[in-house]
Every structure is written in structure tokens, then in C-alpha cells.
Design a binder for this molecule. Sequence first.
Ligand SMILES: NC(=O)c1ccc[n+]([C@@H]2O[C@H](COP(=O)([O-])OP(=O)(O)OC[C@H]3O[C@@H](n4cnc5c(N)ncnc54)[C@H](OP(=O)(O)O)[C@@H]3O)[C@@H](O)[C@H]2O)c1
Length: 246
Amino acid sequence: MESNLNKVALITGGSRGIGASIVRRLAEDGITVAFTYANSSNSSEELVNEIQNSGGRAYAIQANAENVNTTKEAVGKTIEKFGRINILINNAGIFESKMYDEFTMEEFDRMVAVNVRSVFEGVQAAAPHMSEGDRIITIGSVNANVTGFPGLSLYAMSKAAVAGMTRGLARDLASKGITVNNIQPGPVDTDMNPVDGSNAKLLKEFIALGRYGKATEIADLVAFLSSEQSGYITGASIDINGGFMI
Ligand SMILES: NC(=O)c1ccc[n+]([C@@H]2O[C@H](COP(=O)([O-])OP(=O)(O)OC[C@H]3O[C@@H](n4cnc5c(N)ncnc54)[C@H](OP(=O)(O)O)[C@@H]3O)[C@@H](O)[C@H]2O)c1
């Protein structure tokens, strides 16, 4: 594997929350970072400036994953800009909670499009440009395996889907020496799941450590799985959840 200084990563959904922490962490490691966002153009621009001012290389790409081919195009733009792609982090995701009979089929399709289809699209576009030692990492969720209360049918389905997809892709890409892994966070304090939100008190009771995770803690695990040291880990879904409902 080459030095970080020659590596290029694309992080989907890098404008806020866990994705922005991953962008910062990989940039700190000397990796060139491209990232996508759907709407947050101002915070994306600020993040690019922050990284460039610290001597790193960064590039923000508007790419709404609800639309077919936008994630594929983002991979193309990353390669056009930086000449290569070594690490793909599938982080962009949406969360919606409702009883099963309240969801519309449009909402079903949107959940699948952003949380599942765009992941597959990104891998299909990036993997042909990747080689031995390169990495694909998806941000799944504890809800792939555990749902503590009603309303999570579609979100849980989408995160179980990426766990299964990870196992399949790990087999498909093993011959190229590319590892494929899935990180399953518990509650992490972001706009999606604020530590002072309406569900927070209940969620904290499910967590052995009694606190929410920090986006930087997820980014640290991403950095390890992106590194040379993680070379014997593939097809894994790794929990990082403070002991959620153990
Ligand atoms: N927070 C948690 O407790 C938690 C727990 C387990 C798993 N996760 C997973 O971790 C990932 C990141 O979550 P987060 O908490 O950081 O969420 P967040 O704070 O809501 O941030 C979501 C990020 O994804 C981007 N995004 C959303 N919809 C998009 C779309 N259609 N196309 C492209 N980008 C889109 C957003 O871009 P804009 O800023 O432009 O909207 C933003 O950068 C998700 O996959 C989520 O399911 C989160």
C-alpha cells in the first residue's frame, strides 16, 4: 500500500455530522479528500477551506443520492480532479421513523435510493479504478440488528441490506485485494440524532456506557479501516455503539 500522501478518498455525505468528521480525520492523515453533499453548499465550502488552510487537498461535489447516477458521477468527478480513487466511504444516509402503515411507496423508494442503491452505484463506479490495498467502507447502523422501539422498519431494512451487500462485495472484490467493510454505529450526536432530541433519554438507557457516541469516534474507526493495518479485515460489520442493548 502506498503512503497516505498519494491516496484519494471519496466520502459521500461529507458536509455535516459523521461524514464531516470522516473528511477531517482522513485529511489529518494526509489523504486527499473529495466529498458529496445534497444541499449544504455553505458548510461544504467552509470544510474545503478549512482543510486547504491546514495544507490538505479537498473537493466538494453536489450530488443528491436520491437521483440515479449522481453517486457514479461523483466518483467520476473525483477521478477527474485528483487522478485516482483509493478509498470509498459510503456515509450519506437518511433516517425516517413511522409506523409501517404510514410510509408511502415514495418514501420506501427514497430510503432504498439513498441508503442502499447509491452505495452499490458508488462501488460499481469506483472499484474498477481501485487496486490491491484499496478500501470500501459503508456506514450502516446498529439498527441492522436491533430495533428498540416501533417505527424503524424501513431504516432497519436499509441498514441490514448494506450489511449483506458488504459480505457479497467482499467476496467479489477479494481477488483485486480490495477490502469491503461496514461500520454499525449506535446513537451518535449529529443533526440526524441530536443528543438533546426527543428520543435521546430512551436511547441512552439502551447504551451500556450511558452516553451518545461522538462523530469523531466513528471517524477514528474509519481511519483504522482505511489504513494498511486493517488489511486482514473484510466482509465485516463492526459495531461501535457503547454497548447498545448488550
Ligand atoms: N447519527 C446517528 O445516530 C447514526 C447512527 C447510526 C448510523 N448512522 C448513519 O451514519 C451516516 C451519517 O449520519 P449522520 O448522523 O452524520 O447524518 P446527518 O447529520 O443527517 O448528515 C447526513 C449527511 O448525508 C448527506 N445526505 C443526506 N441525504 C443525502 C442525499 N440524498 N444525497 C447526498 N447526500 C445526502 C447530508 O448532506 P446535506 O448536508 O447536503 O444534507 C449530510 O452530509 C448515515 O448513513 C446514518 O444512517 C447515524
